[in-house]
Ligand binder design. Structure first.
Ligand SMILES: [Zn+2]
Length: 166
């Protein structure tokens, strides 16, 4: 009798654990791969407010750009300063524990980014990289809509928005 009573609870327990871990897993993946992050949402909102149509995480192009505006042949990457190794940026310090591990991992990310950009440019796409640090400043946020929409409507093949001076 005791066994029979316990059985459903155990099964239920297993199910619950799976649900929680799946949620945690996807949250972790979102952080690591930088999908649907807060900075990305900020850029999406700015584009939306300007009436742009865009697609997300576009798998048909090299590097699966975060945001793509097909009408303008524009691919936008919203880069986390740490994960994409924004050089000279205060948000991009190498952790003091296992620095060589991080350095090789992050360098690989940065070199993949460079490759992706040149592939996209060769294919005739225009590339805009928006760094996370740029989106942390309120003053920049206020200008984001205008500067982004001017760039999209312009002719420039490559653009960067960053908190760092050029
Ligand atoms: Zn940065």
């Amino acid at each position: 009798m005791l066994r029979l009573a316990l059985l459903p609870r155990i099964i239920c327990g297993i199910k619950m654990t799976d649900i929680v871990s799946a949620e945690k897993r996807s949250a972790m993946m979102a952080g690591i791969r930088g999908k649907n992050t807060k900075p990305e949402m900020t850029v999406r909102k700015a584009l939306f407010a300007q009436g742009f149509r865009f697609r997300l995480h576009y798998k048909k192009l090299p590097g699966n750009p975060d945001i793509v505006l097909p009408k303008y042949q524009v691919a936008i990457f919203v880069h986390g300063c740490f994960w994409h190794m924004h050089s000279n940026c205060k948000l991009s310090r190498i952790p003091s524990s296992r620095p060589e591990f991080w350095l090789s991992k992050l360098k690989a990310n940065a070199s993949r980014d460079r490759q992706t950009t040149s592939q996209l440019l060769q294919l005739g796409w225009r590339v805009m990289v928006i760094w996370e640090c740029h989106l942390k400043s309120t003053a920049n946020l206020e200008r984001l809509q205008t500067s982004l929409s001017n760039w999209i409507r312009g002719k420039s093949a490559y653009g960067v928005m960053s908190e760092l001076p050029d």
